[in-house]
Design a binder for this molecule. Structure first.
Ligand SMILES: [Zn+2]
Length: 414
């Protein structure tokens, strides 16, 4: 009974000499180049005087039915007749990068495995060392953006990332929205104004002039750097960052009030209002009936907390509406007035924020129509930020995020 198949090796310019199994049970395919000649490494001339074979190279190739595959090749060397010292040059093959222990098809495959995964995970799955995976990453992914690929930038986004929970060291992620996704432009070592300004200054001038908006959070270093280096661009504080600030204020009131009630109420009465954190964080339209009832009970005990909840939702509503920039300024100022009257102190820090940043905050309304897009983009950036935890090398962060965002496009199997 015939139970075997014959399949092409699919590496160009080689012929198969023999196929064996190693002692370990891996496939070992011995091959030979069918190309004649090479270009002299010294003078660049085509040379064809065969000098001999190099030592055998054993390279990892794509597995067959989960069995590891190695190809073994003795590269050909050629001698130059044109150069005085007659140097020899090793012939290069299109499917192998100098000094790599793998074939290129294997490395592209490995990179596809690494998209949205981790170095350790891929190394484990492919039974190679972490260093092998890192080597592939370093051979194929640059450590800085290639500006040639851009015709314009339009929007730049600057976000800070803590590489570890509770870490005080931040790195800065610079991204731009691109064809329905996001592209990483840089990972900066710290969030100093000078560091960010230096990066903005490094953008080629033909692209600098195309930047219309810089999205940032409310951090003077980023905004100062953008104003100095990209004076024509509008600074936009994204509503996501604004929302975090005022929602934190409302959450502070919740914590204080729940703590107060724990002391003031009987055990039975307190049990009735327990578990309010998640319902409190939701908007009214997302509340289940039971959650709405829970909040209603809680608000009877704490009118102050109800006030904080209503104020928070009112401000969210302002961002939901199609205000003009000046209309939004009026609405936000009116909201601030109501907060001052309310005697809730937890929003005080946010009121200061509004005073400092109202112009940049309301620039959001200039692009209100794009909010669906912006939200999608923000979610992508959030995912990228999470992907950086535990990687402390900014070059590697840049490479990994580039792989996550463009890997299928760059290393697709097509
Ligand atoms: Zn030469």
């Amino acid at each position: 009974m015939n139970n075997s198949i014959e399949i092409p090796l699919d590496l160009p310019d080689v012929q198969v000499l023999a196929v064996d199994k190693t002692a370990k049970g891996d496939w070992l395919i011995r091959i030979e180049s069918t190309l004649e000649g090479t270009t002299c490494r010294q003078c660049g001339c085509q040379v064809s005087q065969f000098h001999g074979f190099d030592q055998a190279l054993r390279l990892r190739h794509l597995p067959l039915f989960e069995v590891p595959v190695f190809v073994e090749l003795r590269p050909k060397r050629y001698r130059c007749e044109f150069c005085k010292n007659q140097p020899t040059t090793t012939q290069k093959l299109s499917w192998h990068e100098n000094r790599s222990p793998n074939t290129k098809p294997y490395e592209r495959w490995l990179l596809r495995m690494l998209i949205n995964s981790t170095v350790t995970d891929v190394a484990k799955k492919l039974a190679v060392r972490d260093g092998v995976v890192m080597g592939v990453l370093n051979r194929w992914l640059a450590k800085a953006v290639n500006w040639d690929r851009f015709e314009q930038l339009a929007v730049l986004c600057v976000d800070e990332i803590a590489l570890k929970r509770g870490h005080r060291d931040y790195v800065v992620l610079v991204t731009t929205p691109r064809s329905g996704g996001v592209e990483v432009l840089a990972v900066l070592a710290d969030r100093q104004k000078q560091t960010v300004a230096d990066f903005f200054a490094s953008i080629p001038s033909r692209l600098k002039s195309t930047v219309q908006r810089v999205c940032s959070d409310m951090y003077k270093g980023f905004v100062g750097a953008a104003k100095a280096q990209l004076p024509a661009a509008k600074i936009v504080i994204d509503r996501f960052h604004v929302a975090k600030a005022y929602r934190d204020g409302a959450d502070t009131v919740r914590k204080q009030e729940v703590k107060r009630l724990k002391g003031a109420l009987s055990k039975a009465a307190y049990a009735e209002i327990k578990g309010a954190m998640w319902p409190f964080r939701k908007s009214p339209k997302h509340l289940k009936a039971s959650e709405r009832a829970l909040l209603a009970r809680l608000f009877i005990h704490s009118p102050k907390l109800k006030q904080a909840y209503v104020l928070r939702e009112e401000l969210t509503q302002i961002f939901e509406q199609a205000y003009t920039k000046s209309g939004a300024k009026c609405a936000i100022r009116a909201w601030c007035k109501r907060v001052r009257k309310s005697e809730i102190a937890a929003f005080d820090a946010f009121l200061g924020t509004v005073e400092t940043w109202l112009d940049e905050i309301t620039n959001y309304f200039l692009e209100r129509l794009n909010s669906g897009f912006v939200e999608g983009f923000n979610n992508r950036v959030k995912v990228l930020k999470r992907r950086c935890y535990g990687i402390f090398d900014i070059d590697q962060i840049f490479q990994r995020l580039t792989l996550d965002t463009q890997g299928f496009q760059l290393f697709g199997s097509d």
